[in-house]
Design a protein around this ligand. Structure first.
Ligand code: GRF
Length: 197
């Protein structure tokens, strides 16, 4: 059975675009949800003819109400997999227990979790950083790792230049990981994700 993927994004949506452009994942993306009415991801979804909706965080008084609305909108799209592609909100445990969820993060986890990973890596003076695609659990940037790739830090890098090179790698790694899920090739054993041949 073809897998249905729902993408959650807050920003420009370049990782969403990578999923929409990749031959192994483009047909699987069945819906896009954002937490901001102005998210660029909405336009990218519209461009690809994919259902998209903003469940705008600011429209809700309570975080719990927003989370419930997001879960309802997600359920309506009947996902087999949810992908967080630059989604800048922490999801409740009930959400990530309900649907397998992948996240893409711009560091080599467990180094530099959180919202300022690229800046933190630069400040620390690391020579190599990268990106991680991982399954999401209740803790932030914590779940079992599906794929990682390295990016060298260059002399004179700033957050923008380093993040741009990390994103170029994300755009390859995330579709590959989603394609493996869609092909039923990922199995999880505790913290270990195995890729079936
Ligand atoms: C990516 O770098 C991702 O690692 C981080 O947020 C960024 C989103 O970028 N979680 P985009 O919206 O996909 O362009």
């Amino acid at each position: 059975m073809d897998k249905r993927v729902v993408v959650l994004a807050s920003g420009s949506g370049s990782n969403l675009q990578a999923l929409l452009d990749h031959p192994a994942t483009s047909g699987a993306v069945r819906g896009v949800l954002t937490d901001r009415a102005g998210a660029g991801a909405l336009e990218r979804a519209a461009g690809a003819g994919v259902d998209a909706e903003a469940v705008a965080f600011r429209d809700y008084d309570e975080r719990a109400d927003w989370a419930e609305a997001l879960a309802e909108a997600t359920a309506a799209l009947r996902p087999d997999l949810v992908v967080l592609a630059g989604f800048m909100r922490i999801l409740p445990g009930a959400f990530v227990e309900r649907w397998p969820t992948l996240n893409v993060h711009p560091s080599l986890l467990p180094a530099f979790p959180g919202a300022h990973a690229v800046e933190a890596a630069l400040d620390w003076g690391v020579k190599v950083t990268g990106c991680t695609v991982h399954l999401v659990d209740e803790e932030v940037d914590h779940g079992p790792i599906v794929a990682q790739a390295c990016v060298a830090v260059e002399e004179g890098d700033d957050v923008a230049s380093l993040h741009a090179r990390i994103q170029a790698v994300e755009h390859r790694l995330l579709p590959e990981a989603v394609a493996l899920f869609c092909a039923d090739r990922l199995s999880v054993d505790g913290r270990h994700v195995r890729i079936q041949p």
